[in-house]
Structure formats: C-alpha cells, structure tokens
Write a protein that binds this ligand. Structure first.
Ligand code: SF4
Length: 409
C-alpha cells in the first residue's frame, strides 16, 4: 500500500525555514562514482566564499545544521576551520563523505572542532580502494566496509552515523538486506537514507531551454542526462521503497513527508523509523504526532526546525511519546508483551533506526519537473539559492532547464 498523506505530518519547512543548509565545499573527489554529476569543474572553494555562503544559508534559510558536501569535503584544506565557523554560528555540521581518506585522528579533530555527525556514501558503483580487482562487489562486502566506518565513528564517539545509498533497479532487491544489516548494527548506526537514482531522459519529443534559448541537450551533456531507452534505471520511486520496507519490516512506518512541487501525489521526502532493541527485536515506530511536537516545540524553543539530532542515547525514553502518539503506544504495548515473557529483556538497550527516503526530481509526461517542495538541499550559487541536484544546469547553461514538449505551441 502507498503511504497515506493523512497519516503523515507534512514537514513545515519552506524556502526561508529549512533545518538543512547544503554547502558544497569542493568539487574535487578522491574516487569516482558512476553517475556523479559534480566532479572537477572548479576545485576547492575559497574559505572566505564558504563563510559567506554559510552566513547566507543561516540568514535566508534559518538553518539548524550545515551539510558539508562535495566532491569529497574532507579534501578541503580548511575543513576544520569551516566546522569551527559553523559551530561559532550556532549550527550543527554533518560531514557527507565517501570515507576514503578518513581516519580516526582526522575525525577526532573534526569532532573537537564541532562536527555533529557523519553521513557515508559507500556503494558498489564506486571505484574504491577496498573494491580493487573485484568485478562485482557483493552486498556482504559492501556492508563489511560500511561497518568498519561505523565502528570508526563509534570509537571517536558522540557523532551520529548515517549511511546513504542510491536506490535503482540494480540494488532494489537488496534493500531489505541493507535495512536488516543496519538494524543489526543500530548501536553504531543512527540512520539510513535511500535516494532514488536520478536521470533526466533526453530526446523523446522534448526540447530544452535555458534563459529562453534552446539548448542542444544529449545523453551525457550533464552527469544525469540519460537516453530515453535508459528510462528503466529511474523507475524506482519513494513509494516502491516504502512498500518494500513495509512488506519486510511491518514495524517500520513513515511519520512525515515533503510533497512535490507539481505532482500532489508524490512523496519527495519520506521520513520514518523503527524502534528496536540491541537484539534487533523490532517493536514499531513513532508517528506523525511525535514529529509534529518535535518540530513545533524545537522551533518555539530554539527558533529553527530540526532534522539532525546530536548523538544522545534516547533509549527507553522514546516510549514517553506513547502519551500522545498512537503508533508509539502500539510499539510500547509490543515492548511490554516482550518483557513480560522474560523480564531480563528489560535490560536490553533500545535504539531508534531513522529511515529517510528521497525521491530525485521526476520529469513528468507534460515536460514539467517535479521537485522536492521547499528543497531542503538548496545551495548558494552566485548569491541565489539553487537546488543542489540541478546546480550543474545553472553552471553550464546559466539557468535551470525548462523542458517543452515539441507538440506544444
Ligand atoms: S530538489 Fe533535489 S537537491 Fe532538493 S532535496 Fe530534492 S533531490 Fe535534493
């Protein structure tokens, strides 16, 4: 069954109120990923420019945290200074990294400068030193590498750990295995994110315009332009991922969403969770009321919305949410039944595995592009906010592309 908007909280974020600020510190990377749309155009951004972008995001987006993205953010020579600058400006910082080149010492230095969490992207489409000589990287090998990084973050301590993967028709079947792996390691993994594979099919009776001028767009003109016959690659949606999660993990559910800018039925961001214990026993999830209370009270108390928590052991306190949240009450009932069978189970630790699903922009049949409402990952480019997933269009053609069906007047 598709997620039901009535049972979900519509996140109150907007263009001027977003908990996340997206900062691309460099476009240099130390590995190569298939389909990467940002590599080696301009190099490291100067520190002064980055500071100005951080202040711009704080002023115009009222951010609670800054995602340090790239390229590979740890390659930037001033990364430590940037993390301190973000902290001095009262925001959290999340490092988005492939992990290559990251070690405990560097991570500890980042933590003492104010880093809040690390989000890893490790998948089989990457040419990583760990996969050298391997023709096909198995999901076991992938999870082994991921776990090594999760343990590294855990040893440094007090940082949150997220793993993001790109979901497409090649790895869709591995999603339940990935979630189970994350659940089995929920002591050291706080969240996982699925981002559907992104591609803009070209040809197919469509024309492209930038700043009113026609653009000769071909597969490969941008990192994400693909030919119309490759459309299968982008067939996976957030609803497909939600359905597969519900089928394999009935205790999982989503609690909040961001819709599309065009299609009222789309779920561009779908946030959910599983409450489970250290033995991977799942009890349920917390629902829309909890998310609404968190967003509303956090904003009242601290003046911003929130998406990234600092590392804290919430543990059994999560069941307090049962006072006002139906799904949390259901999880609590299941937990009580579980400990009544064996009271020693009360001493197993309770963890929460947060699960985010992001659906990349979709090209609709009439040529319009359905984006994420209020795009939380907007970055700054030449004094303007631009959806980071489409920044290359602006860099290359001077504006976002408009797509027109040839048959339209
Ligand atoms: S519009 Fe693009 S950059 Fe913005 S949140 Fe959606 S996928 Fe990310």
């Amino acid at each position: 069954m598709d997620p039901d908007k009535k049972k979900l909280y519509r996140l109150p974020w907007s263009i001027n109120e977003s908990p996340i600020g997206w900062l691309e510190v460099t476009d240099i990377c130390n590995i190569s990923c298939k389909g990467c749309y940002r590599s080696g155009r301009t190099g490291h951004k100067p520190l002064q420019q980055l500071k100005e972008e951080i202040l711009f995001l704080k002023k115009w987006r009222n951010c609670n945290s800054i995602s340090l993205a790239g390229g590979e953010a740890i390659l930037h020579p001033s990364i430590i200074g940037l993390i301190s600058f973000i902290k001095d400006n009262g925001m959290k910082s999340i490092l988005i990294t492939n992990g290559c080149g990251l070690n405990e010492e560097k991570l500890a230095e980042m933590k003492s400068s104010g880093l809040t969490g690390v989000s890893f992207h490790i998948d089989s489409t990457q040419e990583r030193p760990e996969f050298e000589g391997m023709e096909n990287v198995s999901s076991e090998r992938l999870n082994e590498v991921r776990l090594r990084y999760a343990h590294m973050v855990d040893r440094v301590g007090e940082l949150t750990t997220n793993f993001g993967i790109t979901a497409d028709d090649n790895n869709f079947e591995n999603i339940p295995e990935f979630v189970q792996w994350a659940a089995n390691n929920s002591r050291v993994i706080n969240s996982i994110t699925f981002i559907t594979y992104r591609g803009l099919p070209v040809g197919n009776g469509l024309e492209y315009f930038a700043n009113g001028k026609k653009v000769d767009l071909k597969p490969g003109s941008l990192g994400y332009t693909i030919s119309a016959d490759e459309k299968e690659k982008i067939s996976i949606t957030s609803k497909d991922i939600y359905k597969t999660l519900k089928k394999h993990f009935p205790e999982y559910d989503a609690n909040s969403y961001l819709g599309g800018t065009v299609d009222h039925t789309s779920f561009k961001w779908l946030l959910g969770n599983i409450i489970l214990n250290s033995r991977s026993k799942m009890f349920g999830s917390y629902g829309k009321k909890s998310m609404e209370i968190v967003q509303t009270f956090y904003h009242l108390l601290f003046g911003t919305y929130i998406v990234h928590l600092r590392k804290r052991k919430i543990g059994k306190k999560v069941f307090i949410l049962a006072l006002f949240d139906k799904p949390a009450r259901k999880a609590l009932r299941k937990f009580i039944g579980y400990i009544l069978v064996n009271p020693m189970r009360l001493f197993y630790k309770i963890n929460i595995l947060n699960i985010g699903i992001v659906q990349a922009p979709d090209l609709l049949p009439d040529g319009s592009i359905d984006m994420c409402e209020s795009c939380p990952d907007m970055c700054v480019y030449e004094g303007k906010l631009v959806q980071s997933c489409r920044l290359d269009e602006v860099i290359q053609y001077g504006s976002l592309l408009r797509v027109v069906k040839k048959s339209l007047p």
